[in-house]
Design a protein around this ligand. Structure first.
Ligand code: PLP
Length: 387
């Protein structure tokens, strides 16, 4: 990093930001988001990366992705409006929610977004009236019982039903751009991506033989994993089998991906402070001003286990970190080594950009963390997200 960038994950900068903005705080580092994008782009050469807003719909990250020449993956009217407000070129955006209200389709079309996803006959029929403007990717399901969140149970058509769905779209005059899949987030390895690429490549060829559409796009979704308490393979190594599988995809097919977690996850830390403490059952309990109803909501919804540390140094003892609410489920970590903390001490959770603040609530009137982004441009030492 050059002198004009700060490292907001260093203790001194965390202390400065908490002094300036209070706690709880989510510090979003655009420089790390940039580095993640570049790492994935290098691991998947020739694949156009559409940043999925869902895990962290933060304007500074979206702008950072756009400034790198990235594309966007939008799934709701709110995400479409955010992209529009930031001046994103709608031709660089796709709408990937497999189930939409007519109004959602119209909102996206009005914003200039024309590529949509469908995975069943009723949804395909919704596009008949928009066939002059809208184009479809058909989402295919590949079950991954091993992944943390299996997105192919809720969405996607069975591979053996995909051709019939493509025939339906063609018969309605809806333009078929291609196929998509999402093997599930935080994939343990690339095995399911590879299998899905092979099956979809064959399906694309079969659908093209029947002249069902241009069928020139393959969307390989997200799922690219990051380090939490448990480390994962480096992304270059993780993607090696995917690179190999993509060699068999015809050149005329544009390959795109929808990374969310991989971009935003490592790009933020959650900073909280000790509100009070008590000794219970022989262990120290520290009550933080952020917890599982807040930025640590990913522990419930995303099955996340985040590395936590305190800025205070000292001899460690197994301790309990609890959230601020009056609910017993609101415990962040038990048996976690911590020095003897005091009121006001700072505790930092790492890898907390994805599926954390985005799913936080204000239960018990404890406000969601203030979000501060840094390093969007050289010299950017912090600006607060105004919603
Ligand atoms: C959530 C989601 C993503 C992002 O997935 P990650 O595993 O976080 O990369 C991408 N595409 C769709 C359709 C999604 O629902």
């Amino acid at each position: 990093m050059t002198a004009s960038w700060i490292d907001p994950f260093e203790d001194a900068h965390i202390e400065r930001l908490v002094a300036q903005y209070g706690s709880p705080l989510l510090i979003v580092d655009c420089q790390r988001a940039r580095a993640q994008y570049k790492k994935l782009a290098k691991a998947l050469p020739g694949v156009d990366l559409h940043y999925a807003l869902k895990p962290l719909p933060h304007p500074a990250i979206v702008r950072t992705m756009l400034s790198l020449g990235g594309w966007l993956d939008l799934a709701t009217t709110g995400e479409v409006q955010l992209a529009q407000r930031l001046g994103a070129d709608p031709r660089r955006c796709i709408h990937t929610h497999p189930i939409k209200r007519d109004q959602d389709i119209r909102n996206a079309l009005a914003a200039g977004v024309t590529v949509f996803v469908a995975d069943n006959p009723d949804e395909v029929r919704k596009f008949r009236r928009y066939r002059d403007k809208a184009e479809l990717l058909l989402r295919v399901s590949f079950r991954s019982p091993g992944v943390v969140s299996d997105l192919s149970r809720k969405f996607g058509c069975e591979p053996q039903d995909a051709l019939e769905l493509a025939r339906l779209a063609a018969s309605l005059g809806v333009k078929l751009r291609g196929l998509s899949f999402h093997v599930g987030s935080q994939a343990p390895d690339a095995g399911m991506h590879v299998q899905a690429i092979e099956v979809c490549t064959a399906l694309l060829a079969a659908a093209r033989r029947e002249k069902l559409g241009p069928l020139d796009t393959l969307d390989i979704g997200g799922g690219f994993p990051i380090d939490y308490v448990e480390a994962v393979a480096d992304i270059g190594r993780f993607c090696a089998p995917i690179r190999k599988a993509l060699k068999a995809v015809p050149k005329r097919v544009r390959v795109i991906a929808e990374p969310g977690r991989f971009i935003s996850g490592p790009s933020a830390v959650a900073v909280s402070r000790v509100m009070g403490r008590a000794q219970r059952g022989g262990a120290w309990w520290y009550y933080l001003d952020d917890g599982v109803y807040g930025s640590y909501s990913g522990q419930v919804f995303d099955h996340g286990r985040y590395p936590v540390r305190s800025l205070r140094k000292g001899p460690m003892q197994p301790s309990v970190l609890a959230g601020p609410t009056c609910d017993s489920i609101d415990v962040v970590a038990e048996g976690v080594p911590m020095p003897r903390l005091r009121e006001g001490d700072i505790v930092v959770g790492a890898a907390m950009g994805a599926y954390t603040w985005a799913s936080a609530s204000e239960f018990n009137f404890f406000p969601k963390a203030t979000v501060v982004s840094v390093n969007e441009t050289p010299g950017d030492k912090g600006s607060v997200l105004e919603l």
